[in-house]
Write a protein that binds this ligand. Sequence first.
Ligand SMILES: [Zn+2]
Length: 477
Amino acid sequence: MSRTSSRSRVLAKLVVLLATMVAMSGSLWAQTKNLQAGAIAELRSAGRAEAPVATQTSAEQSAAQKPAVTYLRCGTLIDEKAEQPRRNVDVVIDGENIQQVQPAGRGVPRGAKLIDLSHETCLPGLIDTHTHTLLTGDVTEEDYNKQILQESDAYRAIVATQAARLALGYGFTTIRDLETEGAGYADVDLKHAIERGITDGPRMRVATRALDVTGAYPVLGFRWDWPDWPHGVQVCDGAVGCRTAVREQISKGSDWIKTYLDGGYRVTDKGVVEDRPTFTMEELNAIVDEAHRENHPVASHAIGINGVHNGVVAGVNSIEHGMYIAPDDLKMMAQKGIYYVPTLFVGEYVAQGRAAAGAKVWEQMVAIHGDTFKRALNAGVKIAFGTDAGGFPWTVNPAQEFPLMVKYGMTPAQAIRSATVTAAELLGMQHKVGTIEPGKYADIVAAPGDPLGDVTELEKVNFVMKGGVVYRKPQIE
Ligand SMILES: [Zn+2]
């Protein structure tokens, strides 16, 4: 949600950092607990014995730590396959996958482990399709500049490991991390560290450095005679330059290409968010063509009428934020299957602070955003759950997006679907995540109440399993 280019980054330092983290993970946890007692401490307590140990090779892990078959006994199960929730169900888990889903009460074989969630509602691991693990809050320009100008990439990567643990603890077992905001390719490193069991976190799809044109993204406004201020994105100009940037990012590990399509927001008398487009259509078409030719999707930050329109015409895969979208563009999104990731909560979260700093437009845009969401829903646009976490501090639970989606017209069931099935489809991961059924990863979360009746129950997730490993569980078990 910020507007910020980049210079070459200190990857070697990150290698050293990750190696150090292996050795230090225990003490890091201890410090974390002291700093932020609540959510982190609870997360820490759960299931660590079963979690992979970073110092072992993967072969040793599978021999020594392959979990036995686990029976997850769910009082209610929202599997996202059946129309209605099911009552009293056992989800049988073998290794990292779901083996079977069956009525409870058939008994548990000797040697199998039973986890009793009979007073809970189980559902697929949640998916947040718009996060920034490398950011720790971005309400004002000062918040942003402090991170870009004063904190090294190595420091920010350490902090990002905490963001990843928090995300997992909230119940987000998969995230799409939509750019590092000046921290180079540290998101690729974080993703690899999680995959290798060095640090805990969600499955990640990453966008690395993002793209914007010269002069459009922070940090801006500093002395002109100093040529190389850090940038929050990779700057590219011209069709050839932007094609080259896409190739570079993909070669270094980008799963997604992220573009910033507008800035300079203003609300008209008719309640339309006017904006200043960044890329020319020639540049944007080159970006989309290059990314798609290499089988990589494109996510586009677009807040106002022109940025969204350009993205939709160019055929990007997702529109991020979309505070105002013209009716014809909503129609085209539905026709082309372009996803809308509204990020309602961050809009409300930053509005007051940005208005106080002089940008009143952010307050004006909140109601317009809600109306756009309703119109998108009615137009049949595919809406995927995304929060922009990192744009607000990671200590704030991103699940607060759910009640806003309901406030603006979704049923709780639709909101949950946006964070499971729809989000999995946007990420191209629908074959392994997003529903609870045999063959998929055992990414399962649970909450004590009934989220289909009151979606705020999803802010109380107290059980988190990813790939058959328990990372958080209710204290009473
Ligand atoms: Zn964002």
